[in-house]
Design a protein around this ligand. Structure first.
Ligand code: PEP
Ligand code: MG
Length: 537
């Protein structure tokens, strides 16, 4: 049996198909004719575009418009003068096309991978995917799939988004990879396709052969090779039970999450872009518990204007029809950079100039966002929270700016709701320790466990080397969570959680017992979380 990281839930029994992994041989040789080398690049780019258009069509059929859009982004890279142009200028500088592509890919990937935001880290996978296709075409390598049998379990070193889009869902029932984690692109795609997947298996491409019979357990992250009859029977039963349970879960869309003793708990969704609100609604959420507004600032050349931001906030508030919408103010800085904002270089960006620290320094930017939020407030049930608050002063200063903006807007003839709630994210240990004091001033807390865990245990959330220390159930983390919830309640305030831990099935019971009032998570986890809450005392 092999154990990896469970990336997408479900069970599968089928036969192995190993995707060939052809190593590219890249040298530093300078080509004789640089013009001809550039011509080669442009031809390979054209070929790649044609292939991608086909992949996009397939993705649209099998996964829908939203996932197919990933490939629009890939196609755009081929027309992006900064990307292809950068490779061409490396060639002009004397590199061969393969080496030039690899170097440009590495420099782009290094920038994206250093960002602490999952969405931006995924962009690194896009660059790799596009560059790999280009390099294969430059080297004349064809690594497309050729799957003929149904009940196929695809095994690969890693799967890129375009690999995943090519998977024929009528034949492929699961996949396994050597590398990757729960937030890697292939894992996210597997959850969208709703096929079981186990990633980070190390050397599965070496230890399994084509045609081997496998059982994939996407819940526990297990792979069983050549199972005996008894084991197959056991998993067939587990599979049936799982499918039945999934169907059952859909019945909970309109059910309120209430414990057996009657405590009503809000199960909300996390979003990054206004359009994400639709999946959250489909899954029966009680509200939005975290709108990460920094996404409105990314992927563009300049700051979003007050009007643009107003439209985005209003859109989400409208769609949620009076249900609570918690919008977090800009959490940018440190390692999350904006191309149009010059930032200092820091040794420890996670402990540096970011989030509320940056906003209180750049009040010109902060006020634009606050004004947009205040103007949108009359369209629904708005709650605003500030990220990375480490002391009361930051909250009070933010509120002063809110007051200033409110007066300006009223004088200009705008309306502003009087019932907005103002809260903070508790994601720095100092805020958790001082929760009972802070609760006198704020309307609510939302615990950001992604950061709280890394700061409490001094274990960088990005580093694989210390990931064994990054443990949500560490007693020190649990104590801080409990202190935060108790601190809120001591002043009659509510406390939510919007870090990944809120959707972690193994943590929900503990958090309910601690008295957490609101859980906010990705849309696909909502129904299961509701079910677990319904089972609690
Ligand atoms: C957190 O830190 O838990 C959180 C929700 O914020 P982010 O992941 O955006 O840092
Ligand atoms: Mg955070």
């Amino acid at each position: 049996m092999k154990i990896g990281i469970p990336a997408s839930r479900g069970y599968a029994i089928g036969q192995a198909y190993i995707k060939k992994h052809v190593e590219l041989h890249i040298t530093s040789d300078t080509p004789k004719d640089l013009l001809a080398e550039k011509e080669l690049l442009h031809k390979a780019a054209e070929q790649s575009k044609k292939q991608l258009e086909k992949v996009r069509k397939k993705a649209l059929e099998s996964m829908g418009e939203e996932k197919a859009m990933v490939f629009d982004a890939h196609l755009m890279l081929f027309d992006d003068p900064e990307f292809i142009g950068a490779i061409a200028s490396e060639i002009e500088g004397g590199k061969n096309a393969l080496k030039a592509t690899q170097d440009i890919m590495d420099s782009y990937v290094a920038i994206f991978e250093s960002m602490d935001d999952e969405y931006m880290r995924e962009r690194a996978a896009d660059i790799k995917d596009v560059a790999k296709r280009l390099m294969n075409n430059l080297a004349g390598i064809d690594d497309s799939f050729n799957i003929e049998d149904t009940n196929t379990i695809v095994i690969a070193h890693d799967l890129t988004p375009s690999d995943t889009a090519q998977l024929d869902r009528s034949k492929v029932i699961a996949f396994l990879t050597n590398i990757g984690g729960r937030t890697s692109h292939s894992a996210i795609m597997a959850r969208t396709l709703e096929i079981p997947a186990v990633v980070g298996l190390g050397d599965i491409t070496e230890t399994v052969s084509n045609g081997d019979i496998l059982i994939v357990d996407g819940i526990e992250g297990k792979v069983i090779v050549d199972p005996d009859h008894e084991t197959v029977t056991k998993y067939v039963l587990l599979q049936e039970a799982y499918n039945k349970e999934k169907e059952e879960l859909k019945k909970l869309v309109d059910t309120e999450a209430r414990t057996k003793s009657g405590k009503r708990i809000d199960v909300a969704g996390n979003i990054g872009k206004p359009e994400d609100v639709h999946k959250v609604i489909e899954n029966g959420a009680d509200g939005i518990g975290l709108f990460r507004t920094e996404f409105l600032y990314m992927d563009r050349e300049e700051m979003p204007t007050e009007d643009e931001q107003f439209e985005s906030y209003k859109y989400v508030l409208d769609k949620m029809e009076g249900k609570p919408v918690v919008i977090r103010t800009l959490d940018i800085g440190g390692d999350k950079q904006l191309p149009y904002l010059v930032m200092p270089n820091e040794m420890n960006p996670f402990l540096g100039y970011r989030a509320i620290r940056l906003c209180l320094d750049r009040t010109d930017l902060f006020k634009i966002q606050l004004r947009a939020l205040l103007r949108a407030s009359v369209y629904g049930n708005l709650k605003v929270m500030f990220p990375m608050v480490s002391s009361l002063d930051e909250f009070l200063k933010s509120k002063e700016l809110v007051e200033e903006c409110t007066q300006e807007l009223l004088a200009e003839g705008h309306k502003v709701s009087e019932s907005i709630e103002w809260g903070i994210m508790v994601e720095i240990p100092s805020a958790a320790v001082m929760a009972d004091e802070l609760a006198k001033y704020v309307d609510f807390f939302s615990i950001g466990t992604n950061d709280l865990i890394q700061y409490t245990l001094a274990a960088d959330r990005m580093s694989e080397k210390v990931s064994y220390l990054y443990n949500p159930m560490h007693p020190a983390v649990l104590r801080l969570i409990k202190m935060t919830i108790d601190g809120a309640h001591s002043q009659g305030k509510w406390c939510g959680m919007c870090g990944e831990m809120a959707g972690d099935e193994t943590a929900i019971a503990t958090l309910v017992a601690y008295g957490l009032d609101e859980f906010s998570m990705s849309a696909s986890s909502i129904l299961r979380a509701k079910q677990i809450i319904l089972e609690q005392e």
